[in-house]
Write a protein that binds this ligand. Structure first.
Ligand code: UFG
Length: 327
């Protein structure tokens, strides 16, 4: 039997593909290569296909039958908050429409195991020290809405035709498990700072007047390799009784924007003196996971802290090729 990894040529997906291949699984990657890179899938088969495309369902069914797929890990989605606010219909078409195509293909071919990439974006602006999976999800942008709808849709399919699924709510993913698998986009804090430094510019801090100890926003940074391992643990759990479980994937420890930038200075030896700019709309001051449920139920915990995250991102950055600036 084989595992279909949709979005397996992307940043996080490629890490999961590498781990699955290493443990001897038969992996088929489905990716439209819009942000994914072909080289990243290693020995896995690559099928070039956009899950939100018009003929996607039929094509997915064909691959599922031909390859004897019994599980799906679904990464392929759009993930830029600002873009989702500007183009909501397109975001729903990509993220919800793509998932509808995939679930329809699974239902028709009898594939009932699925791991879904959800996001801490479902929580919006939570007013708690540590966010648990019981914290009310109140997304504040279309991107976060599409992820929450994805969870609901899978729950309904679980009821109706026996889909066995888990959703992983990622916190702030960074770093690289292998230097050649660094984040290929300049969208998040660590690559954005590295990109500024590479161009001889000062890093930017979006607001230093938040009610946090140093005034900058706090996030829960999770090493992409730890996150990749969480997917394997979640997949293996579907062999047992559990289904429909939602897990935060974070460390339980927050770091501020200034702390991250200082860590980049330590790892790189560069001068990281930053410019303070106005707040970015929609940024919660603090977003840190309670990682208790995933520790209890999947026996998973993060093995790497901020220094390793930043050092591995820096090593990947130096190994090149340079990431692409998006948006
Ligand atoms: N930031 C800066 N300077 C930069 C880039 C970012 O100060 O150059 C700040 C942001 O304002 C924010 C923090 O660094 O306070 C982290 O920003 P990111 O853009 O790296 O990540 P976010 O926390 O905004 O977003 C992440 C994911 C989203 C997801 C969200 C959930 O990238 O997909 O978490 O809240 F929606």
């Amino acid at each position: 039997m084989s595992i279909m990894v949709i979005g397996g040529a992307g940043y996080i997906g490629a890490h999961v593909v590498r781990l699955l291949t290493e443990r001897g699984e038969d992996v088929v990657v489905v990716d439209d290569l819009s942000t994914g890179v072909e080289d990243r899938v290693g020995g896995a088969t690559l099928v070039e296909l956009d899950v939100a495309g018009t003929d996607a369902q039929e094509r997915l069914e064909l691959v599922m039958r031909q390859r004897g797929v019994d599980s799906v890990i679904h990464f392929a989605a759009k993930k830029q908050v600002g873009e989702s606010v500007e183009r909501p219909t397109w975001y729903y078409r990509q993220n919800v429409g793509g998932l509808v195509n995939l679930l329809s293909a699974m239902e028709n071919t009898g594939v009932v195991r699925m791991i879904f990439s959800s996001s801490a974006a479902v929580y919006g602006m939570p007013d708690v020290e540590l966010v648990t999976e019981e914290t009310d999800p109140r997304p504040i942008n279309p991107y976060g809405q599409t992820k929450l709808i994805g969870e609901w849709l899978m729950a309904d399919c679980g009821q109706s035709w026996g889909l066995r699924w888990s959703a992983l709510r990622y916190f702030n993913v960074a770093g690289a498990g292998w230097p050649e698998l660094g984040d290929p986009a300049v969208l998040n804090l660590v690559p954005m700072v590295l990109d500024r430094l590479a161009r001889g510019e000062r890093p930017r801090i979006f607001g230093d007047d938040y009610e946090t100890p140093d005034g900058t926003c706090i996030r829960d940074y999770i090493h992409v390799l730890d996150l990749a391992h969480a997917h394997l643990a979640a997949l293996d759990q579907l062999d047992g009784e559990a289904s429909g479980r939602i897990f935060n994937v974070g460390t339980g420890t927050g770091a501020s924007v200034r702390e991250v930038i200082d860590e980049i200075g330590r790892a790189s030896g560069l001068d990281v003196a930053a410019d303070v700019e106005p707040r970015r709309p929609g940024d919660p001051p603090r977003l840190v996971a309670s990682p208790e449920r995933i520790a209890d139920e999947l026996a998973w915990k993060a093995e790497h802290g901020l220094p390793e995250i930043v050092a591995s991102a820096w090593a990947a950055w130096q190994a090149g090729p340079r990431p692409v600036r998006v948006g």
